[in-house]
Unconditional design. Structure first.
Length: 322
């Protein structure tokens, strides 16, 4: 029992820590969704813990009922005492006859027969246990919330470090919408600044899939960049297959046709396809380089990478020179 209670307290502390970080990281637009998600997480955890306690209580209750049944078995009636032999009765009679009446020992005092009174109310042990555990769970939740509130504000720390890095490198941030397309939208913005068209240098076909010379600007810029990354990975799958956890065709479909988040593999594909180098500045002020086929410094694009700054999770923004 102590083990499961300790486990529940740890789960409550961990959940409160997660909830606090999510709420701190939420923006005005995402706050309602984050609050709903936090409420759902709390309800799920409480339901699961109550189910575990109920299952454990069921085993204990069965044992208690078994003990009560065994204790309620009637005790065997005492056997009739053997009759006193006639010789003893006669001897006793003789002794009594010589006693003076005044010397007779007093008879037993009659004890009052207890009347029927109210039965003692049996204590409900199961309710006591549940109440005690509920109090312990509430205390654990309060402690976890306190610890989470005292944790560092990762969002503010990340923003502060980013701003210092921007100033040191002469960069200005251009924010893009925080959704699954943010990496591709940021790359599209950087390519436009460099005067690099969305038609890739290496992939022979059009990013729009038509291949008939139509202007690629008819496709949304971030979607054109998505399709370029997908097509490059497909045409060079030997370079990427070792890093994939699913079939190449399914992975490529998600990259080109859905709102799946992009990451290191997609950055590498885009650097190769467009012939640019990509510098990614993270929340610790460190720069991660992704080299393309052209190492010309003038063909370098800059992205900002956030881990805590946005409610939906990881996010990329475009960085421009001052």
């Amino acid at each position: 029992m102590d083990e499961i209670l300790a486990k529940h307290r740890k789960e409550q502390r961990d959940l409160q820590s997660v909830i606090t970080q999510k709420k701190k990281a939420a923006s005005k637009k995402t706050r309602k969704g984050v609050n709903d998600e936090c409420t759902r997480l709390e309800q799920d955890l409480n339901s699961r813990q109550e189910a575990e306690l109920a299952a454990l209580n069921g085993d204990e209750k069965a044992q208690e009922e078994k003990d009560m049944d065994s204790s309620s078995e009637p005790e065997p009636e005492p056997e009739d005492q053997p009759s006193i032999p006639d010789a003893r009765i006669s001897e006793t009679t003789k002794k009594v006859s010589f006693l003076d009446i005044s010397e007779k020992p007093p008879g037993p005092v009659a004890q009052p027969t207890p009347g029927p009174g109210p039965a003692a109310k049996k204590r409900n042990r199961q309710k006591d246990r549940l109440a005690r555990r509920a109090a312990e769970a509430s205390e654990a939740a309060a402690q976890a919330e306190k610890e989470a509130s005292e944790a560092p504000d990762l969002r503010s720390l990340e923003r502060e470090r980013m701003n210092k890095a921007f100033t040191a490198r002469g960069l200005v941030e251009k924010e893009v919408r925080a959704d699954g397309h943010c990496l591709y939208a940021s790359v599209a913005d950087q390519l436009a600044l460099l005067g690099v068209g969305l038609r890739p240098r290496i992939v022979p076909t059009m990013v729009s899939g038509r291949g008939n010379g139509e202007d690629e600007e008819k496709v949304e810029s971030y979607r054109a960049v998505r399709q370029t990354a997908a097509r490059y990975i497909k045409e060079h799958e030997d370079d990427f297959v070792a890093f994939l956890e699913e079939p190449v065709d399914e992975y490529v479909r998600k990259v080109g046709e859905t709102g799946e988040w992009g990451g290191q593999l997609e950055l590498l594909a885009l650097a190769k396809a467009y012939g640019v180098s990509i510098s990614v500045l993270d929340g610790n002020g460190q720069v991660h380089e992704v080299e393309g086929t052209n190492k010309d410094e003038e063909k370098r694009i800059w992205l900002a990478y956030y881990r805590h700054g946005f409610g939906l999770g990881e996010h990329y923004n475009s960085l421009r020179k001052r």
